[in-house]
Design a protein around this ligand. Structure first.
Ligand SMILES: Nc1ncnc2c1ncn2[C@@H]1O[C@H](COP(=O)(O)OP(=O)(O)O)[C@@H](O)[C@H]1O
Ligand SMILES: [Mg+2]
Length: 262
């Protein structure tokens, strides 16, 4: 179980990006985090994965724990070894390397050859296109294929918990549907997933539980299916598939949802 407790994060000592967030990701669960642009979703994932410092951010208060292990302020390598692996916003694959080389880069922490081969086979079964395109430059893949490669690369580290930052961003609706199916399958194979999304249709379709972040705070949380049925989530989030993020202006109406806060 991942437990985030009363987390406060700032950038440059000034911008309060996360203001007292608490949440849980039980072992083997899919938990979604929804919220408009600037809500603090990426900051939350960066804090969990230990990459916050690369963005000049700092944890001011609160903690992140994985079971009994305190992950707060640990470095990214230790956190990967603890089983928590992030797919960053914008995919960040190595465009000039081949698909296969990208996957191998994700398995670098794993010295065991047999385990590595098994991980590649598992990724290839999940994404047959990565097997077909193994020798091709990753930069030549479509956006959806690049996202699948980014997810596949993260899976090479055999995570217990996979952190996904807006995997649907910029993808066509059909491809977004495939991403949702992939998340469900990864979860069926035993990996917990913390899924950050602006696409609520996909995220609530696959998640067990969901949290809505609004200007750095949790404004709403609960069972994903129940949240999806509320009028407000329907109106604010559902049907907004693939919209340009800067067109989203849900901030004021979201506050009215806070009465459902857990
Ligand atoms: N590297 C950074 N330096 C300074 N401010 C940042 C940085 N990254 C994000 N922020 C600010 O922190 C807040 C939350 O951003 P972010 O976590 O990226 O939100 P989201 O992922 O939900 O769009 C925003 O006000 C954003 O401008
Ligand atoms: Mg973000």
């Amino acid at each position: 179980m991942l437990t985030v407790d009363s987390l406060q994060v700032t950038y440059g000592g000034a911008v309060e990006a996360v203001r007292g967030v608490s949440m849980e990701v039980p072992d083997g669960a899919v938990v979604a985090v929804l919220g408009s642009n600037g809500a603090g979703k990426s900051t939350l994932l960066r804090t969990i994965s230990g990459t916050l410092r690369l963005h000049r951010g700092r944890v001011d208060a609160g903690s992140v724990r994985l079971g009994d292990l305190d992950l707060t302020r640990r470095d990214a390598g230790q956190i990967v070894r603890a089983g928590v692996v992030q797919v960053p916003e914008g995919r960040r694959i190595f465009g000039r390397l081949t698909v296969e080389e990208n996957l191998r880069a994700g398995g670098m922490g794993n010295r065991d050859r047999a385990a590595k081969a098994e991980a590649v086979a598992r990724v290839h079964d999940l994404f047959p296109v990565l097997r077909e395109r193994a020798g091709q430059r990753a930069g030549l893949l479509s956006g959806g294929e690049q996202q699948m490669l980014a997810i596949g690369r993260a899976l090479m580290a055999s995570p217990r918990l996979l952190l996904l930052d807006e995997p649907s961003l910029g993808l066509a609706p059909r491809v977004i549907g495939q991403i949702g199916e992939v998340v469900a399958e990864i979860n069926r194979q035993g990996t917990a997933v913390l899924l950050v999304e602006q696409n609520a249709t996909m995220a609530l379709g696959v998640a067990d539980r969901a949290y809505v972040l609004d200007v750095g705070k949790v404004s709403l949380s609960g069972n994903a299916r129940e949240l999806a049925q509320t009028d407000e989530v329907q109106r604010l989030y559902l049907g907004h598939t693939g919209d340009a993020p800067e067109q989203r202006t849900d901030r004021a109406p979201l506050r009215s949802l806070s009465r459902w806060s857990a």
